[in-house]
Design a binder for this molecule. Structure first.
Ligand code: CA
Length: 231
């Protein structure tokens, strides 16, 4: 029997926490729960869950702060994070991606949709992906190591979220080629995964920032999309 995947829910509202937990357990996941950010952070460090569902609005340290912290620590820097936000908090969603979240679900949400998104996010980060693509891509001083899920810039390891990693790898594997936002979405996620063109822009901004001096290798092609600079 396969070991159950463990998911951590960090949500202060008990009824939402229980609703999510119930639906995930029904789908065969092991669930651990935290009612605030600090508790969530401690559980994430100790138990290293396969995915974290993180509410944005939390008492004390909020979801953005917790997400940044998770990204800065070696044991959790690659753990997929699904952020929960309230309807209309478009800016918060954008900030969530900048803080390193991989996806977000807007409240109120349908439990079925949430479970589907969790599954998609786990699939993207699962072992299947690593075995199909475990080569090392090197491009202009950027090394993308799929087996280790690591990006090195001029030899130095930089923490990338799962989505940023997938986009960077896709562009770097096809240097010089221009891709539309929708092609990028399809390439990194598959069709069952609803992510907006706008969120690709935000991920690209995050990637450039993390690449530092190498950030301008990821070029905007006006009216078309993005490409990794070729030779
Ligand atoms: Ca909340």
């Amino acid at each position: 029997m396969v070991k159950k995947e463990t998911l951590l829910i960090v949500e202060d509202e008990a009824d939402i926490r229980e609703l999510i937990s119930f639906n995930l357990e029904m789908n065969g996941y092991e669930v651990i729960k935290a009612a605030n950010g600090e508790e969530g952070l401690n559980l994430a460090r100790r138990l290293q869950p396969d995915l974290i569902i993180l509410d944005l609005m939390l008492p004390g340290a909020d979801g953005l702060k917790i997400c940044r912290q998770l990204r800065s620590e070696s044991h959790t820097k690659n753990t997929p994070v699904m952020m929960l936000t309230a309807r209309g908090e478009e800016d918060d969603q954008v900030t969530g991606f900048a803080a390193g979240a991989d996806d977000y679900v807007t409240k109120p949400f349908s439990p079925r949709v949430l479970v589907a998104r969790v599954k998609a996010l786990l699939r993207r980060n699962g072992p299947a992906q690593e075995t199909t693509s475990n080569q090392v891509v090197e491009h202009h001083g950027i090394t993308i190591d799929s087996a280790r899920h690591e990006v090195r810039v001029a030899g130095k390891s930089v923490g990338f979220s799962a989505t940023e990693f997938a986009i960077l790898r896709f562009l770097a594997e096809n240097p010089g080629w221009v891709f539309s936002r929708h092609q990028i979405i399809d390439a990194v996620k598959g069709e069952d995964y609803p992510v907006t063109a706008r969120s690709v822009d935000v991920q690209i901004l995050g990637i450039r920032k993390k690449l530092g001096a190498k950030g301008d290798l990821v070029e905007t092609v006006r009216g078309v999309g993005y490409r990794m600079r070729g030779e």
